[in-house]
Write a protein that binds this ligand. Structure first.
Ligand code: 5GP
Ligand code: ZN
Length: 135
């Protein structure tokens, strides 16, 4: 009996490793689920925006699709309309934050770019002059 249960668990894990396991381990999925607190500035059916816990500018908001995709490349491949929805939400956040002098939208993708949370997120940064090129 125990052996049979173990076998089923193993098969489940292998079959769903790219979906269920990743989502269960994902900080931003936990924020979407309401299990981790965030200072939410926009909550729509498909997207959520909340203030970065370590702001790098006077305004620093993270905009995410509620569905889990590891980065913008994966989101664009799986759901191009979802990528457009994410960008539109980022622009709405910038408007709501009154970033009338400009803002930057950043999508760190992969290790060279310093991505640290592997649930795609657009950083909306503004409220001060932003240097170019980035580091
Ligand atoms: P990345 O480095 O992946 O582009 O950006 C991840 C961002 O998530 C970082 O700017 C980091 O400060 C932010 N972050 C990490 N943990 C939390 C958290 O628990 N809550 C919030 N609101 N932001 C977080
Ligand atoms: Zn996630």
């Amino acid at each position: 009996m125990n052996e049979a249960v173990e076998e089923v668990d193993t098969v489940d894990t292998v079959d769903t490793v790219d979906t269920v396991d990743t989502v269960e381990d994902c900080l931003f999925c936990e924020i979407v689920a309401g299990h981790v607190h965030a200072d939410i500035v926009l909550d729509e059916p498909d997207v959520l925006a909340f203030r970065d816990i370590t702001p790098q500018a006077p305004t620093h908001v993270l905009v995410i699709p509620k569905a889990h995709h590891r980065d913008i490349a994966a989101l664009t491949a799986a759901d191009p309309a979802g990528a457009a929805t994410l960008m539109a939400a980022a622009a709405r956040v910038a408007a709501a934050e009154e970033l009338v002098d400009g803002f930057r939208v950043v999508l760190n993708t992969g290790s060279d770019a310093g991505q640290s949370v592997f649930h795609v997120h657009a950083h909306v940064l503004g409220g001060r002059p932003l240097a170019w090129p980035p580091g």
